[in-house]
Design a protein around this ligand. Sequence first.
Ligand SMILES: [Zn+2]
Ligand SMILES: [Zn+2]
Length: 281
Amino acid sequence: MAVSFDNEHIALLTQHGKERVIAPVLEPLLHCRIEHVSGYDTDQLGSFSRDIARPGSQLEAARRKAQIGMRLSGLPLGLASEGSFGPDPFTGMFLWNIEMVVLIDSRHDLEIVGIAQGQARSADKLVNNWEAAATVASLAGFPEHQMMLRPDHADDPRVCKGIADWESLQQQFALTLAQSASGQVFIESDLRAHANPTRMENIRLATIDLGKRLSSYCPQCATPGYGPVKAITGLPCGSCHRPTSLARGEQWHCNRCGHDETIWRSDIKEADPRHCDHCNP
Ligand SMILES: [Zn+2]
Ligand SMILES: [Zn+2]
């Protein structure tokens, strides 16, 4: 199936400046125009200041945003991104960020998803003095990475978001402390995309992944978006040859015709024994 985005306008619904990283990647690659659609409060679909919970999966949320952008702009092509945060998959001790960028082409009934992930840059703590608050902010990469403050506890609805310089942080800290009944302030990273450059970089990387998938065609039906959908684990340990949790290949899949293929890893044949549960429990 011949799919071209040449000179096409693609709707991008975002209110957090994501067009700054998405457009420079996709416009030269696809020769398309990214139409920034605003005027819709995407935070109503779930927000990272924890005011509004997000219903459904991360992909469903991204898809919903892309569809709203298409509806508002009247364009048959839509883009949107959605992030999530949770424990890291290796130790469960760090906050992990997964970013998805989805492209919907209603002309060809296509949906293609790019993904990037990595450790989040964030910190949070309940503190009772300015020095402690400043330490948390430094740890979280402030002021490039913005902070939020709440009186008393993590779920207090009185929140001050998007604090981006030391003077404001100190002023807002004093105001928030004055509001607190317990003499404590909950300080945490503002994880909205425009407030967290580490997250914005993951959105850029997810867009690059989307671009790669758009340039990869199914060998069976020639639809773009052909790519890995899951890792096949069990790379043998270099010492005892037992299977490890490292990938020995990837399952590639076409969403259109269902064509499946296993691509075995060619870069390494054996895992370092430190990844082996038997040799390094
Ligand atoms: Zn081993
Ligand atoms: Zn196919």
